[in-house]
Design a protein around this ligand. Sequence first.
Ligand SMILES: *Cc1c(COP(=O)(O)O)cnc(C)c1O
Length: 461
Amino acid sequence: MAAITNHMPTEELQALDAAHHMHPFTHGAGLAAKGARVITRAEGVWLTDSEGNRILDAMAGLWCVNIGYGRKELAQVAARQMEELPYYNTFFQTTHVPAIALSQKLAELAPDHMNHVFYAGSGSEANDTNLRLVRTYWAAKGQPEKNIIISRWNAYHGSSVGSGSLGGMKGMHMQGGLPIPDIHHIDQPNWWAEGGDMTPEEFGLERARQLETAIENLGPDRVAAFIAEPVQGAGGVIVPPETYWPEIQRILDKYGILLIADEVICGFGRIGNWFGSQTIGIRPDIMTIAKGLSSGYQPIGGSILSDEVAEVINSVEFNHGYTYSGHPVACAVALENLRILDEEGIVTKVREETAPYLKEMFETLTDHPLVGEAKIVGMMGSIALTPDKASRAKFEADEGTVGLICRERCFANNLVMRHVGDRMIISPPLVISREEIDVLIARAWKSLDECLERLSAERLL
Ligand SMILES: *Cc1c(COP(=O)(O)O)cnc(C)c1O
């Protein structure tokens, strides 16, 4: 059979894809009937598909392409590293320059008390590491029964058995016997959907205090750590009320419980600083990193540990690691990505220019009849779709029905905007320009109009 290339007709590529390639988080038969969109190239914030459409990627791939597509420097670094040392492990008393250099750079960028990196191939693997790290930490300190990890419903921490258990996605727990034991979930600070009659400030405190109640009920001598994303990403870009995080930090300090900040999305400039923890003012013991670490150009993740946690872990043999922990090509590419983010002032520019402009424009969407609230922090935002803004009502159709219609209108208008239930979310490359933000908002507005028409036609309002 002839080589499979971009030049083949779209239908043939789709048929082959359906025949042999299984997609993550997808109803396979449903997709096979429709045909997957074939992406062939990308540059900046623009994707090109096999039909020649130019699509504005307002999701930066899967929240990861922070520096935008098509940066040749990363390709060159990868090629050079593959020629020099394509692979070597770091298990058996060996190391190499890419791992050393990336670790040094991460220690420089991370909060002052965090200077130690354990690598993984992805965010999921990194959170599996964290699960074992915090339990090993307490065991090394003579408290092996202190092994429960508290997380939140609707959190996303990855898709492996460990990280999927840490996450709070009920649809994932339903399949494959999750969660594993000794993971406890509390409610999320989603005021729009769950705040009832409370003000956002009251609600933020109420949700944070669920952590204290859980610690008291489980017993402070049983709780090892709390894990959370500074701002929930895959759960629908849930920006917590301002009262939430200070109260969480107070409770963690009071009981001496470790904080794992899952920075896989919020890190590397996404919410206006190198780490989301800095934006929201928390003091983690461990941070999970992946995605923007390499801008998605190579698969790499990891855990950044505080000096204190690293010292305890280093006092034992930690029986854990991955073949690709500290992979030299991935490390070299990540380091080049961080150099670009740093030297081109992209993180600062986000905080001072791009994010304020995006916020101003994004919030205009609340003038649309379907949009209840627009929440945005740095370069990640969401809008809540509703049939009635005043009462924050839900649609009568099953949750996600309207969101999916809206997403399909976005897709048709060459805008990648995702839906989580009936929230629409964006997380564009950090390098998006003002003009491109204008295009994003114009296409979103048009898609919302078309969605509203469809809802009226199908009596879904
Ligand atoms: C994507 C994500 C993960 C999982 O990362 P993978 O690289 O997909 O394994 C973990 N945590 C958060 C917050 C994420 O968004």
